[in-house]
Design a protein around this ligand. Structure first.
Ligand code: GLP
Length: 248
């Protein structure tokens, strides 16, 4: 697999490194939008980022607030910011609130849109109108999905509204009282087309539960059964993992 690769012994060191890279991105000159992800992998990453940013002198923290522009990968259909299982609520809890960001600077697909198909199209257009993603942060689904691009999935999959697989609803059940049936059945996601259109990609894989899918990703050539495998050909890919994810 091409691209830069880093492995950390401890999950906390991995989170600190990813936070450092995000901080660098947010401190740069002309910034293209950040692509953000949610999920358990990102919780310690965002906590580390918040700690770094809140330790800055007030003028530097304000500069970060002023230049912040991000687009999340995905959202559940039927959930809005006031639903605690929504990705919008996750972003509020983990970044918007603690950093005092203007909510409009942190965009997500609208899970409450009356027409999710049209919302997926509108959202992709908004990403394009903002100049496309500079740095895209990604977690890895246990079935190889990125965003909610479920297998099988080709590299040109557009942003869309889709049904979630049973595997993904099981993976994400913890945020819904542990009950996969309570995980919404549908989602809106940026497509692999938009993800692969990012200038740089930061794929973060943490924990022994991801060892099987990471081993496949490192071994298999690109193909539709493993959506993340299409990242392999991206010239700006950086893969950051911890020892547990690498060795199980
Ligand atoms: C979820 C999300 C992804 C996330 C991935 C890994 O379903 N749609 O954006 O990165 O799966 O989640 P986790 O970090 O909780 O393992």
């Amino acid at each position: 697999m091409a691209g830069r690769f880093e492995c950390f012994e401890q999950p906390s060191a991995l989170a600190g490194r990813v936070a450092e890279l995000l901080h660098q991105e947010l401190s740069g000159g002309l910034m293209r939008p950040l692509g953000l992800a949610t999920g358990r992998t990102m919780e310690p990453v965002y906590a580390a980022l918040v700690a770094r940013l809140l330790a800055l002198p007030p003028d530097q923290l304000n500069a970060v607030r002023q230049r912040w522009c991000s687009f999340n990968l995905d959202e559940y259909v039927g959930l809005g910011p006031t639903d605690c299982g929504s990705f919008a609520a996750e972003m509020d809890r983990q970044l918007v609130g603690p950093l005092g960001l203007e909510p409009a600077r942190v965009q997500l697909p609208d899970g409450l849109a009356a027409d999710p198909v049209a919302e997926a199209r509108r959202y992709a257009e908004a990403v394009g109108a903002a100049g496309g993603i500079g740095l895209q942060l990604l977690g890895l689904g246990s079935n190889g999905h990125v965003g909610f691009n479920e297998p099988p999935c080709g590299p040109h999959a557009p942003s869309r509204s889709l049904s979630l697989s049973a595997a993904t609803r099981r993976q994400n059940a913890a945020a819904f009282g542990g009950d996969p049936a309570r995980v919404p059945a549908g989602a809106i996601t940026l497509g692999l087309e938009q993800i692969l259109g990012a200038e740089r990609i930061l794929l973060v894989v943490s924990g022994a539960a991801k060892a099987g899918i990471l081993a496949r990703l490192l071994r298999e050539p690109p193909g539709p059964s493993l959506p993340a495998s299409w990242l392999q050909g991206h010239p700006g890919l950086r893969l950051i993992v911890d020892r547990a994810a690498l060795e199980g």
